[in-house]
Ligand binder design. Structure first.
Ligand code: NAD
Ligand code: TYD
Length: 362
């Protein structure tokens, strides 16, 4: 069998995974087919470093297109699927959940069905090697209180936003495919990723972008919500470990061991920007922080217990949060053109809808 199929590989984590897979440090990597619908979150510019690499085949298409997915599986004799394709932004799911149901639930179901059909055509050796990796989220577990133990693989599901509910539904379909049909599927639950190539609607790149453009830094509620930050390169290495050594039917939590309050992250970003690209007036970027109306149903805290992946697969995160955030700020400062390229009418319209009209404008 010849290739892996990555879906959503023009998005933030998918593109980082693709670049990592095809990096010179991984010379024996098999070819990779990258299926992406290029929604607002997909960006072909992120894949520039692998343009011309014949091991990378980009296909513009939808995971809901079963005939297309089936053809790709057959033509490329796919030995593993890594499903990143999703609508991924909680705020957008609150304002318009339909696309989340269509891509995250129905789209994942389509992928499972196509994978199942392909799997039945494989011989015993090929079946033993085949994997379906569902990239899920820690948000399916709900919200933690300040002294609750972190999420483990046995924490019951308790999704609270349309986004996390759609990811939870997809996980159940994946589990059902394993138990009912024997599809060798594995689910991963990662915490909040940060790093290069992230769409500037998420906390870290939004704050860097707004700071540099002299706009306010919108902190939801009291800013004391806690996230467990995972550098995207660590996520990519964890997924490679899962592909290589993960056991079908299992789930693995992937975290960064870096719980931080949002306000602390925003202040760290301001200090890094003050140091690296000071404001013309000499004031700190922290002066641009503005407390805005909270997100409805805002989950207070996420945290990951990753002892299972460490013990079973020998994976632990390598990037310390302070260094990772510093490198991330440097990347955005050096790649302002990447952000400018995204600032289309649709992006500005999103900023208007989420931040400038209605409650949050005050
Ligand atoms: P993203 O929004 O940056 O990228 C999603 C990609 O999927 C885009 O390239 C988009 O064009 C593509 N896509 C959307 N709908 C599609 C469809 N119907 N068919 C084909 N392609 C489609 O998302 P991300 O941050 O890279 O997240 C990747 C995965 O990781 C998602 O499944 C998400 O739920 C999960 N995840 C992300 C985070 C995070 O911090 N970003 C945390 C936990 C889990
Ligand atoms: P986000 O990057 O949207 O990821 P998620 O909702 O999946 O955790 O948000 C991270 C945290 O930052 C979350 O607690 C919401 C908060 N946040 C703000 O305070 N202001 C913002 O403008 C955004 C986008 C997020």
């Amino acid at each position: 069998m010849d290739a892996i199929l990555v879906t959503g590989g023009a998005g933030f984590i998918g593109a980082n995974f693709v670049l990592d897979w095809l990096a010179p440090s991984n010379p024996d990597a098999c070819p990779l087919v990258n299926l992406d619908a290029l929604t607002y979150a997909g960006n072909l510019a992120s894949l520039d470093p692998v343009a011309g690499d014949e091991r990378h085949r980009f296909v513009h298409g939808d995971i809901n297109d079963r005939a297309l997915v089936s053809r790709l599986l057959r033509e490329h004799r796919v030995r593993a699927i890594v499903n990143f394709a999703a609508e991924s932004h909680v705020d957008r799911s609150i304002l318009g959940p339909d696309a989340f149901v269509q891509t995250n639930i129905v789209g994942t179901f389509n992928l499972i069905e196509a994978a199942r059909e392909w799997y039945t055509t494989l011989d015993a050796t090929e079946r033993a090697a085949f994997r379906f990796i569902q990239v899920s989220t820690d948000e399916v577990f709900g919200a933690l209180g300040p002294s609750d133990p972190p999420f483990s693989e046995t924490t019951p599901y308790s999704p609270r936003s349309p986004y996390s509910a759609s990811k939870a539904a997809a996980d159940h379909l994946v589990q059902a495919a394993f138990h009912t049909y024997g599809l060798p599927a594995i689910i991963t639950h990662c915490s909040n990723n940060y790093g290069p190539l992230q769409f500037p609607e998420k906390l870290v790149p939004l704050m860097i972008r707004n700071a540099r453009r002299g706009e306010r830094l919108p902190v939801y509620g009291d800013g004391r919500q806690v996230r467990d930050w995972l550098h995207v390169s660590d996520h990519a290495s964890a997924l490679r470990a899962v592909l290589a050594r993960g056991r079908p039917g299992e789930t693995y939590n992937i975290g960064g061991s870096a719980e931080r309050e949002n306000l602390s992250v925003v202040n760290m970003l301001c200090s890094l920007l003050d140091e690296r690209s000071p404001r013309a007036d000499g004031a700190s970027y922290a002066a641009q922080i503005a407390y805005v109306t909270d997100r409805p149903g805002h989950d207070r805290r996420y945290a990951i217990d990753q002892r299972k992946i460490a013990a079973e697969l020998g994976w632990t995160p390598a990037v310390a949060f302070e260094q990772g955030l510093r490198d991330t700020v440097d990347w955005y400062l050096e790649n302002d053109a990447w952000i400018t390229g995204i600032e289309t009418g649709a992006y500005r319209q999103w900023l208007d809808t989420n931040y400038r009209s209605g409650e949050r404008a005050r």
